[in-house]
Design a protein around this ligand. Structure first.
Ligand code: TYD
Length: 431
């Protein structure tokens, strides 16, 4: 292990702050009576301390600086933070650095209050051994100060990682190696001129460059009857997981690989009405086997979590129950197909059967499975209930009979808790 202390900058390195800062500064400039800056100018002000940017980049009159700060902070706390996101996958980088046994410190020039609020909101506080930011009322460039504080963590050799020249200058002050976050706001030239020994073009580059250990991903499936709102919930979940810095792939069944998608066509086509239930069960299992070997297992082994829209439980419920092939019969062909790749946890979207049926009836075009009769639907639902009882430890049951946003919040917190156990996700609020 070359470094045992990793010091990270926040904005532009961990956090993609562009939209949040653009909106907050735009609001402030407007209120102060200045024209809104260009995107290029917004990019320039991410990284430097606030008052430095006010004076040298935004050219705001000095007597308006304090009022500007108040306007900026007020807007940020109400609206601006909602537009922040973490770089996709950065959370897993932090997890892997810790898994290697190194320490992680934060050194930012963002004042301490908004820094702590953002870290808590994003569930990041737990991932830093030391958090260093200037006091809220500080007026001078304080990157050096924050790095100096970060260096108090006992270590042998530290590296500074940041996306702007200020991070490089701060690192040089303490004779630290500086690695540029080239995916952030500064250009490669700026970072090299600031002394970067390496510029990382993407979050993925951390693994090779720092020889991080691969920490296996988690496997989460999502199940529910047709009409339970699963598709909408998965879409919202994916957006949120990206924004919160998770490293994962999202896939679906039947499908996910070329061969499995071809089998999907065959399975769902309304031209194949003569398909025998056993053929159907075997085709679902065949599509699943290819999916497991080609996509699910390789991703988990490379440290990516896998979120899967339906998995083996769908077969047990639909073919075992709906098609009446039997729970154990369908389970046994699937035990062969999945080669021990059972999800770590499964989210089950639970909805009252008659309500789900009503919703399904409203859908304009139904595939071969969806056009089945009510008895099929009820038998499927009954076997789902049986699986929930038999495998209660794996299942997380979510009430899908609520408004879309509340369900989404609950689903996200459950999945986030599986993928990042260190964080208490119930406390992740911006306050
Ligand atoms: P899809 O259009 O993906 O539906 P949904 O959005 O409800 O998931 O079609 C998948 C259909 O295939 C769905 O009706 C459930 C069914 N199915 C099975 O019968 N067995 C299985 O093993 C799987 C994965 C799906």
């Amino acid at each position: 292990m070359k470094y045992d202390l990793f010091i990270f900058d926040l904005d532009g390195t961990i956090c993609d702050s562009f939209e949040g800062i653009k909106a907050s500064i735009g609001y402030m400039m407007d209120k102060l009576g200045y024209p809104k800056p260009s995107d290029e100018t917004y990019r320039e002000i991410i990284g430097p301390p606030f008052f430095y940017s006010m004076k040298h980049i935004l050219n705001v009159k000095e007597n308006l600086h304090q009022e500007g700060m108040n306007l900026y902070r007020g807007f940020f706390a109400e609206e601006g933070y909602k537009l922040f996101s973490l770089y996709e996958g950065i959370r897993h980088v932090l997890q892997s650095i810790h898994a290697m046994g190194a320490k992680i410190a934060l050194a930012t020039s963002k004042p301490i209050s908004p820094t702590l609020k953002l870290l808590r909101y994003f569930g990041l506080t737990e991932h830093f051994d030391s958090i260093n930011a200037p006091a809220d009322d500080t007026v001078k460039n304080s990157k050096e100060f924050a790095i100096g504080e970060a260096l108090k963590v006992p270590h042998r050799k530290a590296v500074m990682i940041g996306d702007r020249k200020f991070d490089g200058v701060g690192a040089a002050f303490y004779k630290l190696d500086f690695v540029g976050a080239g995916y952030g706001c500064g250009s490669t030239d700026e970072l090299l001129q600031a002394g970067a020994i390496k510029v990382l073009d993407s979050v993925n580059d951390y693994y090779d460059y720092f020889e991080l250990p691969v920490v296996n991903g988690k496997f989460v499936s999502v199940e529910g009857m047709d009409g339970s709102g699963k598709t909408t919930q998965i879409r919202l979940l994916v957006e949120k997981m990206k924004r919160f810095g998770f490293r994962f792939v999202c896939t679906r069944e039947p499908g996910g690989t070329k061969i499995s998608e071809e089998i999907r066509q065959m399975l769902l086509s309304t031209e194949n009405m003569e398909m025998h239930p056993k053929t159907e069960a075997l085709l679902y299992a065949a599509a699943r086997s290819q999916h497991v070997q080609q996509l699910i297992k390789p991703n988990l082994e490379q440290g990516r979590s896998v979120l899967c829209d339906r998995f083996v439980d769908s077969s047990i419920a639909y073919q075992g129950g709906g098609r009446r092939l039997g729970y154990l019969e369908v389970k046994s062909i699937n035990d062969f197909a999945i080669d021990s790749a059972l999800p770590d946890r499964t989210i089950y979207l639970q909805m009252d059967a008659s309500k789900a049926l009503q919703r399904r009836a409203k859908a304009s075009e139904l595939d071969r499975l969806e056009s089945e009769k009510e008895a099929f639907f009820m038998a499927t639902q009954a076997v789902y209930s049986e699986i929930l009882t038999n495998d209660a430890d794996r299942f997380i049951v979510v009430n899908a009979d609520d408004n879309v946003d509340s369900i989404s919040e609950v689903v996200f917190k459950h999945v986030a808790s599986v993928l990042d156990e260190k964080v208490n996700w119930n406390e992740c609020k911006y306050e």
